[in-house]
Design a protein around this ligand. Sequence first.
Ligand code: SAH
Length: 465
Amino acid sequence: MQKNETAIVTIEDIGVNGEGIGRVDGYTLFIKDAVIGDVAEVKVTKAKKNYGYARLMRVITPSKDRVEPVCPHARRCGGCQIQEMSYERQLAFKQAKVKGNLERIGGFSPEVTEKTMDPIVGMDEPFYYRNKAQFPFGTDKAGNPVTGFYAGRTHDIIENTDCALGISVNKEILELTLEFMKRYKIASYNETTGEGLIRHALIRYGFKTGEIMVCYVINGKKIPYAEVLVEKLSAIKGMTSITISPNRNRTNVIMGETYETLWGQGYITDYIGDVRYQISPLSFYQVNPAQTEKLYGLALEYAQLSGHETVWDLYCGIGTISLFLAQQAREVQGVEIVPQAIEDARRNAEINGIENARFYVGKAEEVLPKYYENYAKEHPGEHAHADVIVVDPPRKGCEESLLRTMVEMEPERIVYVSCDSATLARDLKFLCGEGGYRLEKWRAVDQFPMTVHVETIVLIQKKNS
Ligand code: SAH
């Protein structure tokens, strides 16, 4: 097919970015906003040799899974990719995606993936779940400050103060901020010129505590007339922390390296299960607390702790999973590359009175092998052992050297939490191949409804034990 050609296609599949996939005489087209089952008129926007991209022009016969999006900006906004697909279908898609990767990349047979699968964990109410949002600020054609979200793949701002994935107080905070900026002629940051002050507003909310945090990322040291802004914000019920984070770097990194408290405290508090966490503007914290609680509950269930185990939690972030597990293990050791996250982890252990968790800063693929080596030196004839190892790596998964050390430590069980089922499947292929482990259970958890992302939790068990 050629660019600008139109065609009528039936959408048969869905791509990794949520786009619909259809075929015209064997030629594959990727079509954003098309839903599986749609019959649609499309126009080719980019044609490669074996596949191309097309724009959805008109839905001729809508799929039975097509629904009216809750948010009027859903199609343009880069935040959601599959809001026009029924939630039931989203869940089925995500589960099938993980299963497919386990089979294609992991080399497991469909019988095995079927037998070991627990059904995907969805949400009862798949909207308004996010406890965090970062809203970029810009300027419209009339020169007024605006805020919203970036359109997919660009930094064009789609004006929207009322995201359907976020909490309702976002709107009040953002509108009050825009009004303040207009009144005192405070400009939004301009990425092209590097001028203007307000870059982003970070808003966080503790669903369990009702505490709210607002942090303005600014291209400067202070906000003029900040006291007026603070007075308005602090009147909002639940407001606990108002901060600024200076960031003068001309990069895409949102937050600055430090923050300064304008009002209240520098952090909010929230709970996952019974564990209390202090969350500062710079801390990593899971964005969907309801689903996170279910995910960590599963991690605990899969770990099958009796209170005697030595557990490692690799890629531990602020120690969220570690502290959850520490309540039922003899000791937990967490490893994480970001030093600030480890500081948070240690403080979180302390405020919860958890004394059997230890944290190391460093790359998991360096810390664990080094620990293993040193142990062997100090205990001739022995090797470091773990009863359970939990890993929760970023999208790229684990390095093979790390997987090897994990295997050498001979844990009974490994619990693998993954945000990318392709790298998960690759790592499982090793662990369940030469690693000598057996796939026991896997379960997808929908941490991010309306997007194509899916979290997976897996339990593998040492063979012959
Ligand atoms: N388990 C945590 C965080 C998981 S996100 C939670 O549930 O909250 C993955 C974490 O891995 C991030 O905190 C990231 O900073 C960290 N990370 C990335 N590469 C790493 C590496 N090579 N070694 C250790 N940690 C790493």
